[in-house]
Design a protein. Structure first.
Length: 381
């Protein structure tokens, strides 16, 4: 993600032992499919029965049914396509190009945008190349068995805990943001080059994935809360108190702080927060950059406390007061753009505080959006 202009997809949050469980699940599903087909007598080497375990099983258990249906549809179309073409066109000079072209067409017809159903072409070519009576039907049966085992048995083997995944993803994001903001404050005190190095390091693809963790965690939480899991755990877990609201806060602040780091990086290319002159200066002295140090530090403390679930009202009051003081001292439009990400972070924190207060007061205890505002809702003095 050079210069924070793009996003690095990190769709799932890995937990310790997840790779071992995934490997064990794959081996068991493939073995069960294989021996079921041997017992059924479809063929002596039912390789197509073991393939769905390799191609369908993912960390996202909710994708298995969709991938299973897509694979089954691809197998059916590939078998029918190759069988019909071989029946009507026996000359290899014509049959192979037709199988290839029709298989490609079916692959994109049954696929999704950016993800063609490659199983259509693979199955058509395998049936074309295996001139054995009964092979098309055997491949269809073995694929059906493998898909059924994956979709029905797979969720029984170490089912994922979406709430735990969401909580761990949230904590990973909190730690990464805290370290990033701490590096920014330290860099602002040392000079523009130090800030640029911190923000540039955070923009590297291998490190920038934490910006997407909140959304991935929130997706896991929403799926669990909606009851869309394929199998409930033996002891159905409940979401930790306040986790939903903290995930919403993390999702919002991932956007606002990513914007702030981008603006900060652009600003430090032309100005310095070090000494006005001398080796520490990375450019013309920029007092607005220097004045950001306490606001960034207090904002980081308030966000960290909010994501943990601690009280952060006083920290938010201090951050908003520093925001107002910075606005009065540096009223230029470019300075407003620089602190906009922090200001929006304060607004997200204030909204989270209001929702948390409304949830704790319960129904019949006042409207959080009306009446006398709480201390953190009042403009800072």
């Amino acid at each position: 993600m050079p210069a924070m202009s793009g996003l690095v997809a990190v769709p799932y949050v890995f937990v310790p032992g997840s790779r071992l469980r995934s490997a064990a699940r794959l081996v068991l599903c493939a073995a069960v499919s294989w021996y079921l087909c041997l017992w059924w007598g479809t063929s002596a080497t039912p390789v197509p029965a073991a393939l769905p375990a390799v191609l369908i099983l993912r960390e996202d258990v909710y994708a298995w049914p969709r991938l299973g249906w897509e694979r089954l549809a691809g197998v059916v179309v590939g078998v029918v396509l190759s069988t019909v073409l071989l029946h009507w066109v026996t000359d290899p000079a014509w049959s192979f190009p037709l199988v290839l072209l029709c298989g490609c067409a079916g692959m994109y017809w049954l696929g999704r945008p950016g993800s063609p159903n490659q199983q259509v072409l693979i199955t058509a070519l395998m049936v074309y190349a295996t001139a054995v009576p009964g092979y098309p039907l055997a491949r269809l049966e073995e694929s059906l068995v493998g898909i059924a085992v994956v979709v029905l048995l797979g969720p029984l083997l170490w089912p994922p805990d979406p709430y735990r995944s969401a909580a761990e993803g949230l904590d990973g994001y909190r730690i990464a943001v805290r370290e990033l903001l701490a590096g920014i404050t330290g860099g602002l005190e040392r000079g523009a080059e130090a800030v640029g190095a911190v923000v540039a390091a955070a923009a590297l693809p291998e490190r920038a994935g934490f910006w997407l963790r909140p959304q991935a965690s929130r997706d896991a939480f929403d799926r669990a809360a909606a009851g869309r899991s394929l199998l409930r755990r033996r002891r159905a877990g409940r979401a930790p108190e306040g986790l939903d609201g903290r995930l919403v806060l993390a999702t919002r602040t991932a956007l606002t702080l990513q914007y702030f780091t981008q603006e900060l990086r652009d600003r430090t290319r032309h100005g310095s927060c070090g000494a006005p002159t001398g080796p520490a200066a990375g450019g013309p002295h920029d007092p607005a950059l220097c004045a950001l140090v306490p606001m960034v530090r207090v904002t980081a403390d308030a966000l960290d406390a909010a994501l943990v679930g601690r009280d952060f009202a006083e920290l938010l009051d201090r951050a908003r007061a520093l925001d107002l003081a910075h606005r009065r001292a540096h009223p230029r439009r470019h300075d407003a753009v620089l602190r906009a990400g922090l200001h929006l972070t304060h607004e997200a924190l204030a909204d989270h505080l209001r929702r948390r207060g409304a949830a704790s007061s319960g129904p019949g205890h006042g409207d959080p959006d009306g009446g006398e505002p709480t201390r953190s809702d009042r403009p800072p003095a």
